[in-house]
Design a protein around this ligand. Structure first.
Ligand SMILES: NC(=O)c1ccc[n+]([C@@H]2O[C@H](COP(=O)([O-])OP(=O)(O)OC[C@H]3O[C@@H](n4cnc5c(N)ncnc54)[C@H](O)[C@@H]3O)[C@@H](O)[C@H]2O)c1
Length: 265
């Protein structure tokens, strides 16, 4: 598409896990605007199907498939669906993630395993399936992992399992960068700070707090952000376009912090 220069994604086919809402949907919107075709792969089939018409208007096209990334076969299913719809898979965004806030003292092995199965093992096996496809296609590829500032520093008590999984995403990204470099595949991560999404809204709504306490919590969170506001999905999406495009061709194994300066404080 004219005007996107090295950020142009025309002719590229991408899959975005957890793309039905939140950060993933924001990424799908910008990818399509930059010219890519995008497969939304989400556990919430209804939301995934509903996302497709919202992404109409091009220049890229959208399609959807139900996929639970905690299922080790999900990666292969996502690859097959992307190839079926668009003919190839050139970009994978591993965005699907869950962030239950439960102190470790109350965390069950089942909850711990679920967080790992979605946030880390799911990401790993979607990466494996995508990398195999990209290698077979012989034209390299781009993988973007949505990590967190919690990959680098804990933000909240109750996120120990989440932080461990997201720390794992960082080291997985670095190791895979070495393994995939000979194939011309770059893999990088984004570490978002606090981003206003459906998932975060649901979490806050589920807390036993009065409206006044919720407003106070929001004020306290924003006070910790030098740029003075919460992030929005598009803040992450624009960096994802960079990491999915030729603009980042000489980067691999990197983590890009997108947090309004929060980690500096
Ligand atoms: N929102 C934030 O403040 C923030 C900060 C740092 C990192 N992140 C990371 O960004 C990613 C997206 O977060 P969000 O706030 O947009 O979340 P969200 O809850 O708003 O959206 C997540 C999407 O992922 C889907 N999903 C959940 N489990 C899945 C599974 N097993 N398989 C496939 N899809 C699944 C959901 O259906 C939903 O569409 C997550 O990895 C999260 O850890 C978010």
């Amino acid at each position: 598409m004219a005007g996107w220069g090295p950020f142009d994604l025309s002719g590229k086919n991408a899959a975005v896990t957890g793309g039905a809402m939140g950060i993933g949907f924001g990424i799908a919107q910008r990818f399509i605007e930059a010219g890519a075709n995008v497969l939304i792969a989400d556990i919430d089939d209804q939301a995934a199907q509903a996302a497709v018409p919202k992404l109409a208007g091009g220049p890229g096209k959208a399609a959807a498939v139900r996929a639970d990334v905690s299922d080790p076969r999900a990666g292969e299913e996502i690859v097959a669906a992307c190839v079926r719809h668009f003919g190839s898979l050139d970009i994978l965004v591993n965005n699907a993630g869950i962030f239950p806030i439960v102190p470790m003292l109350q965390t069950t092995p089942e909850l711990f395993d679920r967080v790992y199965a979605v946030n880390l093992r799911g990401l790993a096996f979607c990466t494996q399936a995508a990398a195999k496809q990209m290698i077979a296609q012989g034209k390299g590829g781009k993988i973007v992992n949505i990590a967190s500032i919690d990959s680098l520093r804990p933000s909240l008590v109750g996120l120990a399992a989440y932080d461990a999984s997201k720390g794992g995403v960082l080291m997985f990204t670095r190791n895979l960068a070495l393994e995939l470099a000979p194939h011309g595949i770059q893999i990088n991560a984004i570490a978002p700070g606090g981003v206003a999404t459906e998932g975060v809204a649901k979490l806050t709504a589920g807390m036993p707090l009065t409206a006044e306490q919720q407003a106070e919590m929001a004020r306290t969170s924003v006070a910790r952000i030098p740029l003075g506001r919460m992030g929005v999905p598009d803040d992450i999406a624009k960096v994802a376009v960079f990491l999915a495009s030729s603009a980042s061709d000489y980067m691999t194994g990197e983590i890009v912090v997108v947090d309004g300066g929060m980690l500096l404080t």
